[in-house]
Design a protein around this ligand. Structure first.
Ligand code: SAM
Length: 235
């Protein structure tokens, strides 16, 4: 049986575009259209997507601030037979976005959780980076405080695979300086900015060169950073 046609309640984890609306899969669109309720990080953001799809649906907010209590309520609704689609603002729910608690609650209750795969910034950046992909670690957002950030970089300095992190436009230049300082200026990185959007840029090379180019560009946008293992180069 196709899991999408499950007759009992279930939770769908629906990946949505990280920029380009054309990346929404037909299955994601069908799931959004057929579910009973949409739980989403920001109802204003998901309303725009629904408007684009010409779908009218009830939306409830499920975000970091209400996750602990809301996951119990939503799991109860699923237990009662509702099909709920979980959406984050962009990309895959649960990946540096709300969702984990609700998924855990469903598993605790023996409820079905069905992935509807699709866009994800970390994997898109890794794949396009030209840096090794056979082994990698995803660290989410790096710590905000300089001392903790440096501690994390020290910890993973000799890791055998690539390191993938999310970074904000406010911190990216400082983070690149820390990468240079702790991992060395010739460490290869890829700075993937605005993936799938009109100002997409993918800069791969030694961190000192990428940092120079980044300084010349507008500081705006969303960034994913991939760091190659020590000793790797395009040579
Ligand atoms: N759940 C999302 C996913 O699956 O990719 C990630 C959510 S996380 C809160 C948002 C971060 O992902 C941004 O701050 C940025 O670091 C990265 N990101 C999101 N969209 C991006 C894009 N189009 N290009 C590069 N990085 C992006």
């Amino acid at each position: 049986m196709c899991p999408d046609s499950a007759s009992s309640g279930c939770l769908f984890l629906v990946a949505t575009p990280i920029g380009n609306l054309g990346d929404l899969s037909p299955r994601a669109s069908e799931t959004i259209s057929n579910c009973d309720l949409i739980a989403c990080e920001d109802t204003r953001v998901s309303s725009k997507l629904l408007h684009h799809l010409k779908i009218r649906k009830n939306l409830v907010s499920y975000r970091e601030e209400n996750e602990k209590t809301k996951c119990i309520e939503l799991a109860k609704q699923i237990e009662e037979g509702q099909k709920i689609a979980l959406l984050s603002d962009a990309g895959y729910p649960c990946i540096s976005d709300p969702g984990f608690r609700l998924v855990r609650e469903c598993h605790k209750k023996g409820l079905r959780v069905i992935p509807i795969p699709g866009p994800n910034a970390a994997l898109s950046a890794l794949a396009v980076s030209g840096l090794p992909t056979h082994q990698f670690i995803y660290l989410g957002f790096l710590p905000k405080k300089s001392a903790q950030l440096k501690k994390v970089l020290e910890k993973w300095k000799e890791y055998d695979g690539s390191i993938v992190v999310y970074e904000s436009k406010y911190k990216i230049d400082k983070t690149l300086l820390s990468v240079e300082e702790i991992l060395g200026q010739d460490r290869y990185i890829c700075l993937a900015r605005e993936l799938t959007k009109s100002h997409e840029s993918i800069l791969s090379g030694p961190v000192n060169e990428v940092a120079q180019k980044q300084l010349l560009m507008s500081g705006k946008g969303e960034f994913t950073l991939v760091i190659a293992p020590s000793g790797y180069s395009f040579a």
